[in-house]
Design a protein around this ligand. Structure first.
Ligand code: 2NL
Length: 357
């Protein structure tokens, strides 16, 4: 029996994992293990022999079992120690840089002006950037020989040989959206159409893609006085000034008659723009009373209805409001310039100095 004891206690001490331990358990104290076999021999013994051998076998069994469970927990502790040694985190490592995004100044300006015109009763419409030349030109009273229609200013879509559909262009203004809105809604109508437009022009003050918001109000008794009031309210709200003075200068657009360019009173004191006061005038938009032919092109009777329309460049509005001096900044993918103008990703002050979203 001492042989058995030293054999199994030795094996248990040597066991390297739980499987080895289980094999030892089966061989030693399992139902058909060596200790069980010895127990069966008890029956052949004399009562005296049995009285000695029985308790000894039971003690051996207990001793092996407790050695097994001690070794089992030692193995588990060792496994845990090994995991603790290898699976560790350095919580002092710097975090991975987070990708930062920020609203684009043109989007911000578009959202702000949309909210202002919404308060003035204008709905918002959007439309396709690829237009056929009827919506982009003919409906707007821009005849075939007009310079705006020349290849020079307009991006024409490529057409396969034998394609007889009307020519398609990248819209040169958002007026086509207003024609589509008139067709859909009829009169009366008050709508603004913000969005990207395209012209083949590239220098210090022009980019081939830029943004425009056009506005249109048509009813039975609309006049230039209504236009002036709407524009005054818009300029005051957008530039956050209490008062503004507008100056209408006679101009010409094919789609309005009469037409006026609109200047706002301002001052430029050593590079700092002030709107609403001063001795300078700054042109900010073009406008006029919608040409009767354009009202008719929208499916509305120009004998009954008239209205005003205007077009504003959003890019320049954004530059003026946020103090961005160079158009090229809008096309720079480097976020540093955005932060410079207060468009930080997480802390975005607007002119009110608060978080705006
Ligand atoms: C400019 C001039 C203007 C319009 C746009 C317009 C649209 C329709 C009918 C009549 Cl559907 N007019 N739009 C009118 C006058 C001027 O934009 O220089 N914008 C920067």
């Amino acid at each position: 029996m001492d042989d058995l004891k030293s054999k199994y206690l030795g094996q248990i001490a040597e066991a390297g994992d739980e499987n080895a331990l289980e094999a030892i358990r089966v061989a030693a104290v399992g139902k058909k293990g060596e200790v069980a076999l010895k127990m069966r021999e008890l029956g052949k013994m004399t009562p005296e022999e049995r009285q000695v051998a029985g308790p000894a076998l039971n003690a051996l069994k207990d001793e092996i079992n407790s050695a097994l469970s001690a070794k089992k927990s030692a193995l588990a502790d060792a496994a845990l120690d090994e995991r603790l040694r290898t699976e560790w985190l350095d919580v002092t490592l710097p975090t991975r840089a987070r990708r930062q995004g920020s609203i684009h100044p043109i989007s911000q300006a578009t959202e702000e002006l949309t909210a202002i015109f919404a308060e003035l009763g204008f709905s918002v419409a959007e439309g396709p950037r690829i237009e056929d030349d009827w919506y982009n030109f003919d409906a707007l009273n821009i005849p075939g020989h007009h310079p705006a229609r020349a290849e020079m200013d307009t991006f024409y879509m490529h057409r396969a040989e034998g394609d007889n559909r009307p020519p398609h262009v990248l819209r040169t203004h958002t007026s086509p959206v207003q024609i589509r809105s008139m067709e859909k809604q009829g009169a009366p109508i008050r709508v603004i159409c913000p969005g990207g437009v395209y012209r083949a022009d590239y220098d210090q003050t022009h980019t081939p893609m830029f943004h425009q918001v056009e506005g249109l109000a048509i009813d039975k008794d609309i006049s230039m006085a209504n236009l002036k009031w709407v524009l005054e309210e818009f300029v005051k709200a957008f530039f956050e000034v209490d008062d503004v003075e507008l100056r209408f200068r006679a101009s010409h657009f094919p789609f309005t008659e009469p037409s006026a360019e609109v200047d706002i009173r301002c001052s430029w004191d050593n590079g700092q723009l002030k709107i609403g006061e001063g001795d300078d005038w700054m042109e900010i938009l073009g406008s006029g009373m919608v040409h009767p032919k354009v009202i008719a092109a929208g499916g509305i009777d120009p004998e009954v209805y008239q209205g005003f329309a205007f077009g504003i460049g959003i890019d320049r509005l954004a530059m003026l409001k946020y103090g961005i001096p160079d158009l090229r900044a809008f096309f720079d993918s480097d976020l540093r310039w955005l932060r410079h103008y207060g468009f930080a990703a997480l802390d975005m002050p607007n002119l009110h100095g608060g978080l705006s979203r």
